[in-house]
Design a protein around this ligand. Sequence first.
Ligand SMILES: C[S@@+](CC[C@H](N)C(=O)[O-])C[C@H]1O[C@@H](n2cnc3c(N)ncnc32)[C@H](O)[C@@H]1O
Length: 159
Amino acid sequence: MSRLDSFIRRLLAQRDILNAIAEDARRLEGDVLELGLGNGRTYDHLRELFPGRRIVAFDRDERRDQISRPDDADMVVGEIQETIAPYLNGQAALVHADIGTGHPDRDAVTLTWLPNAMAAALARGGIAVSGLPLEHAAFAPFPQPEGVPEGRYFLYRRL
Ligand SMILES: C[S@@+](CC[C@H](N)C(=O)[O-])C[C@H]1O[C@@H](n2cnc3c(N)ncnc32)[C@H](O)[C@@H]1O
């Protein structure tokens, strides 16, 4: 499969999973955390899915000039593994992380902290959606929505 095909399929899985869990997540109280704002396409989709909900976005880059970006109060700039500390309070309804690189060595470093951070940020019953697989005792597998192949994007429920 070409990298373009793989990229497209990954984004389709991301969108289809977020659409599928949105109703469930809307029933939960708490913020939505977007780890890796990038150019804000997913952030913009989250705004559509969660109108009126506080969505806090994280990135090492300020992304000040782009269209889809939260106000400064909800934009956390820096290395997520450091800046997420105040949010490790078990209060988020949904945490989405799209910070995989496709480089196994770099992703392995991310996976030394990401599962713990997402588990600590989420409320009980909250939902973790991630481009990287998360292994953590506090996460139960969550059935993939119909039509989303296993292993392309990952979905968990915080126990
Ligand atoms: C693949 S992009 C996210 C794409 C996003 N879903 C969108 O709609 O554009 C990943 C982003 O995460 C940021 N990022 C990755 N790892 C990070 C880290 N450890 N700390 C802060 N930002 C990080 C990168 O700067 C990049 O902007």
